[in-house]
Design a protein. Sequence first.
Length: 207
Amino acid sequence: MALARLQMVQQQLKRRDVENPAVLEVMGRVPRHLFVPVRFQGDAYDDTPLPIGHGQTISQPYIVASMTEKLLPSKDKHILEIGTGSGYQTAVLAELFGRIDTVEIVPELFVSARSILSELGYTNINFHNGDGLKIPVEPKEFDGIIVTAAPERFPESLPARLAVGGRLIIPVGYSHQNLMLVVKESQDKITRRDLYPVRFVTLQTRD
Ligand code: SAH
């Protein structure tokens, strides 16, 4: 598995555009195979998303690395993740940032991600079960927000949850999605940039 993981870093990440050495090191270390169903463990380091049950998927390794890199990793940052899913992206974030709050809407995925991440020894993650756009999570403002399911339209409520200088990475769209990077330049200036086309599961809403 360790060899397959290093090949993944070489062939899928470095050959594309992932450059941050800390991100590459962590991607070469976090055991992705422990986050996928047993029958897919042999495919865990392939260049593809995989099913994790409940109609959801674990993101392709490149997407996990690329989204993480766009948040500019630093141990003094506190990150909000919406869409815990398997917990793999959460593990990568927890290695590179100081603290993570992660929200998952499907109760079974919330439970399984929390248990694997605790088993692996992570102590800087707070887990929440609910709709990430709606449930109150402290602090009110984060240094970075990552959304791993796609809303049809950009959620205008999210930039308010970013600290000044904070970055938000989110897939947006329905039949055609783009990965969008949002930077909160100042209290009243936000810039948005489309990065590249992606294919994510749909962000669900709950009242
Ligand atoms: N990063 C995860 C991606 C999982 S897919 C991984 O690599 O495993 C996206 C996840 O977002 C799914 O688990 C889905 O249930 C969850 N989700 C969808 N809408 C949500 C919402 N409004 N709030 C929180 N989680 C949500």
